[in-house]
Design a protein around this ligand. Sequence first.
Ligand code: ZN
Length: 288
Amino acid sequence: MPELPEVETVRRGLQPVMEGARITKVEARRGDLRQPLPKDFVKRIEGRVVTGVGRRAKYLLADLSSGDVLMMHLGMSGSFRVAKDDAEKIPGEFHHPRSQARAHDHVVFHMSSGVRVIFNDPRRFGLMLLVSRPDLDAHPLMKPLGNAFDAAMLAAACKGKKTSLKAALSDQKVVAGLGNIYVCEALHRARLSPKRMASTIATRSGAPNERAERLVDAIKIVLQDAIKAGGSSLRDHRRTDGELGDFQHHFRVYDREGQRCVTPGCGGTVKRIVQVGRSTYFCPVCQK
Ligand SMILES: [Zn+2]
């Protein structure tokens, strides 16, 4: 699943080719994504101008001149290709390579500029919905990690949870948009053990304690840093222009098993364990 900073790089790639252009034609080749495409999908989009390309959490939001917002989610394996004549590129930086198999091109937007924006998604966990702009804030998919994300919200979600903090943070129902890499990084920055019980960041009544405050600060810093670093993460990845990116992000713990902990004065060694089927990297010395 693409991490939030990766989605931001996709947004930055789509913005210049979509914003200000009219969508002259939509091909909805396959409508059975995670949810079916809305029935009037093509009709509500064709002929509209894209007035802005924004993002909330991992949702890309294209504002249309009709007042609708086209909500797009990459799911597990989704990506876009921007095509003009015979040239194509995939906007965005991804940790894992993206499919370009034509069989998985499910939706194609033809722009008035002559560009085609093609949505490809082999596993079809992606999503495209239309929501009218005034209804957007109240939409159930638009909640966590928006501006409202704070310690009170996180504590309320973890209240009484007997699972590990790592598992709780990886649960998209608790924090949408925070992937495995950034859960590890945020826990290290907050000096909280991934094995700690989730309920221990809340009081019995569900109010945030000092750990919840620390954790929320850490999550925000980690995501901002990653976005600033130009996307993610990523090793062995070439930019769409063929140059190797200079964004090799320096992780504190992720993928650093056996290496020295970077916390000043700690001296611990980064360990890897598996939790809920995913690798967790952490420092058993300074993360309590
Ligand atoms: Zn340490």
